[in-house]
Design a protein around this ligand. Structure first.
Ligand SMILES: Nc1ncnc2c1ncn2[C@@H]1O[C@H](COP(=O)(O)OP(=O)(O)OP(=O)(O)O)[C@@H](O)[C@H]1O
Length: 268
């Protein structure tokens, strides 16, 4: 579990995070939801140590991260896997080498054969066992995300942070990537934190959702609770999403999204 307590962060005289307190649960997909500019990425950077909060504390499974000794912070960092928004693969390395990279950095004692086994295992887990020799330029957006996920979990991460994993993907590929992150989280009991403003992800994989608005946490709960949340800003956010607008329109016309999903596709 990751515990965030009273985090404040300002840039100059602009306050961005204004006392955020929340927890991210073990073995669950924890979503940080909110509109543009609400401080989601700043919060994520504070948690992984890329930014230093002005006030507040962050604890990983009982060990304080903020302002702790460098060795303790480094130990926690080694347990963190990151999936970046644009995948951030190394263009000069093939898929195998990209996934192997964190193992070379973090586990220098691992033999070459052990590294190869681990990379092959991770590539298989994300469905890319045949892509090891490909270069990033030869991959689709969805495949790049899969490589990013394999690279993040290669060192057996305890915590996985995903910054807008669906950005730049079509809706079907987005669902597949969400499902993969969800399965991996539950399979390996990882504490996963996903930054998103995608309501599709909320309804598909939102085990625990933290809603941020203007640098403050206004609500948290599960995907089953969110539609009944009595927070005006969150309601406005939910009902402005294209998914919910489409469902409302279909309902007004006497149908349901689930019925449409079940219909066999028609030849055109
Ligand atoms: N290093 C920085 N220096 C100054 N201002 C910053 C810095 N990083 C972020 N900000 C500001 O903090 C605010 C919140 O940014 P953040 O990137 O966290 O938003 P977000 O909620 O992730 O939005 P989006 O969904 O659009 O990515 C923005 O106004 C941004 O300009």
């Amino acid at each position: 579990m990751i515990e965030i307590h009273n985090i404040h962060k300002s840039f100059g005289d602009a306050p961005i995070l204004k006392g955020v307190t929340c927890t991210f649960e073990t073995g669950k997909c924890n979503l940080v939801l909110g509109g543009s500019g609400t401080g989601k990425s700043v919060l994520l950077k504070c948690i992984v140590g890329l930014l230093k909060p002005d006030i507040g504390s962050i604890t990983f499974d009982g060990t304080v991260f903020t302002n702790n000794k460098i060795e303790i912070r480094q130990e926690i960092r080694k347990q963190i896997g990151m999936l970046f928004q644009a995948s951030a693969l190394f263009d000069s390395m093939n898929v195998f080498e990209n996934v192997e990279f964190p193992l070379r950095m973090l586990t220098p004692d691992m033999s070459r054969a052990e590294r190869r086994d681990r990379v092959e295992f991770c590539l298989k887990r994300v469905g890319l066992e045949a892509a090891g020799n490909k270069m990033p330029s030869e991959l689709s957006g969805g495949m790049k995300k899969r490589v990013g996920i394999a690279r993040a979990i290669a060192p057996n991460c305890t915590y996985l942070f995903c910054d807008e994993p669906n950005s730049g993907l079509d809706p079907l590929t987005s669902i597949k990537i969400d499902e993969l992150i969800y399965e991996i989280t539950h399979e390996y009991n990882i504490t996963t934190v996903i930054i998103t403003h995608d309501m599709n992800s909320v309804v598909e994989i939102g085990d625990h959702i933290v809603y941020l608005h203007k640098g403050q946490k206004l609500w948290d709960g599960t995907k089953d609770e969110i539609l009944n949340a009595q927070v005006p800003e969150l309601k406005e956010f939910i009902f402005s999403s294209s998914l919910v607008r489409a469902a409302k329109r279909i309902e007004m016309e006497g149908g349901s999204l689930e019925e449409i999903r079940q219909e066999p596709s028609k030849d055109i």
